[in-house]
Ligand binder design. Sequence first.
Ligand code: SF4
Length: 101
Amino acid sequence: MVDALDLSAVAWTDGDIARFLDRRARLLRWGWAEPEAEKLADRLARRDRDRDERVSCTDCRHYRPGRCGNHRRAGLNVAEVGRDLAAMLQRCAGFDQGTTA
Ligand code: SF4
């Protein structure tokens, strides 16, 4: 006998899909390669569904490609933010939800 599959646990909502597409498009505009943009957008969609409180610079209004406009509050010594850090889920004291691009 096959166990019933709880689709609500695996199926994306319209909101999940919209956020995925928005993030993917933003990352592509910022010059990310499509596989990396999709990978991070997917990871962030799953993060949202898991109610994980960690953030990504790519969702922060202080982030510009390669730079943090709030690096002192974030505890960084320099403003430069590489893609690896931007893609990392982290807790940041300087994070503000929202992007300008
Ligand atoms: S404030 Fe924090 S989350 Fe926002 S861009 Fe700077 S380092 Fe990233």
